[in-house]
Design a protein around this ligand. Structure first.
Ligand code: C5P
Length: 218
């Protein structure tokens, strides 16, 4: 049987895209597949953890023995994340959260307009930063950073600014890696350490990431 370094631990993971409604039939979203987050959920479960997966809309089957909460918008994801984070030992933010949402969601389908139209967007909450800012019941908080350039500099910036304990960075400019791919290559950063993991299947990578998290917990 697999080693169970997370026995007795509660892990909450966000995965997939968010979907920000514009009107009853339209939305803003992105191409996140959810594969990395679902892989992490499965890996943490295999390592003995009780796992909550907060999932945006994806085309994946729920991992076995994982409690899944399905959400659409960033606001819904945030509310569920805070509710579960305060009961968790580890929080992993793997979701590709839309940075902005419509200032107003139209109640009726928006009518075709002239040659140009303007949408007003407002900033979404930074979910993982809110989790990391919890003063009571704060879990060990792990983020992801998808970068197309200066991976280390941007990842370390996010580690610091969002007050994370660890960040997993990948270079999404490399063909066949990251967004919507089965493979990924990650570098894990802590304030005083880092380790590069070679290109691998997201499920294998997930096991390595969860092991790395377990080894850094007290
Ligand atoms: O700032 P950026 O979106 O690159 O940061 C990525 C990390 O922050 C990921 O862990 C992602 O899940 C998280 N995030 C979040 N809420 C947002 C934006 C990003 O939790 N609104």
């Amino acid at each position: 049987p697999a080693a169970q370094p997370l026995l007795g631990k509660v892990v909450t993971i966000t995965a997939g895209p968010t979907r920000e409604a514009l009107d009853p039939v339209r939305y803003i979203s992105n191409h996140s597949s959810g594969k990395m987050g679902y892989g992490l959920a499965q890996a943490a479960q295999k390592m003995g953890a009780t796992v909550n997966l907060i999932s945006g809309p994806v085309k994946l089957n729920a991992p076995s023995n994982v409690q899944v909460s399905y959400v659409n918008s960033a606001i819904e994801m945030r509310d569920e994340a805070i509710r579960l984070a305060i009961e968790s030992d580890i929080f992993i933010g793997c979701a590709a959260v839309a940075d902005y949402r419509a200032a107003d969601i139209a109640e009726q389908k928006i009518k075709k307009q002239g040659d140009e139209m303007t949408l007003t967007l407002v900033k979404n909450p930074d979910i993982i930063a809110e989790v990391a800012a919890l003063t009571k019941d704060r879990p060990y908080t792990v983020g992801f950073a998808a970068e197309t350039q200066d991976v280390e500099q941007y990842a370390r910036g996010k580690l610091k600014n969002k007050k994370l304990d660890m960040i997993c960075a990948n270079d999404v400019s490399q063909a066949g890696l990251g967004f919507n791919s089965d493979n990924n290559a990650l570098t894990l950063f802590w304030q005083d350490d880092q380790v590069s993991l070679p290109t691998s299947n997201k499920n294998e990578l997930a096991l390595t990431v969860v092991k790395a998290i377990a080894s850094k917990l007290d």
